[in-house]
Ligand binder design. Structure first.
Ligand SMILES: Cc1cc2nc3c(=O)[nH]c(=O)nc-3n(C[C@H](O)[C@H](O)[C@H](O)COP(=O)(O)O)c2cc1C
Length: 143
């Protein structure tokens, strides 16, 4: 084992998709993750954020504590934490995708965003796995 973990959560966005706040989130993530040796990816699907974080356990948990206090999203729910054999987003302090890359509604064949809040943890994880593989492949990393 690498001593690294992967943690995936879901939260509800409180900022508009193409707003200065959204850009701030990415800017902060890129700068701080590079500093803290964290990698991962963030997917936004309508009002929902899904994020996978990879790194040393204490660094990941410290970030999650900060994320829980961040007003730009709410209802943060950790879906899964696993030990990691190797990073999947090696070169990426924070890869980002939206429905333009891969649509969660399309994946599950639903027509309302609210339906996404009714997914089981397993379904959400399943999608994240899929979206992560797509993103990693698109970026040329380990899929
Ligand atoms: C959806 C979302 C994703 C975020 N992703 C990251 C991230 O990957 N890395 C990071 O450093 N900050 C990220 N942030 C910003 C952190 O919440 C913020 O930097 C942190 O809470 C500051 O906490 P602190 O002042 O206690 O250190 C994200 C914020 C949001 C809303």
């Amino acid at each position: 084992m690498s001593g690294l973990i992967s943690l995936t959560y879901r939260s509800h966005a409180e900022v508009q998709e193409f707003s200065v706040h959204s850009l701030d989130i990415l800017r902060e993530a890129l700068a701080r993750n590079a500093r803290d040796g964290l990698t991962g990816f963030l997917h936004r699907d309508g009002p929902w954020f899904f994020q996978t974080l990879e790194g040393e356990p204490d660094k990941v948990h410290r970030l999650v504590d900060g994320l829980k206090r961040d007003w730009r999203h709410s209802w943060l729910k950790v879906l899964v934490t696993t030990e990691l054999e190797q990073r999947r987003f090696d070169d990426w302090a924070m890869a980002y995708s939206t429905t333009a890359d891969v649509s969660m509604m399309g994946y599950f064949g639903v027509s309302e965003h609210i339906a996404l809040s009714l997914l089981t943890d397993d379904q959400a994880r399943d999608f994240l796995e899929f979206a992560g593989r797509m993103k990693a492949a698109a970026l040329g990393g380990a899929a």
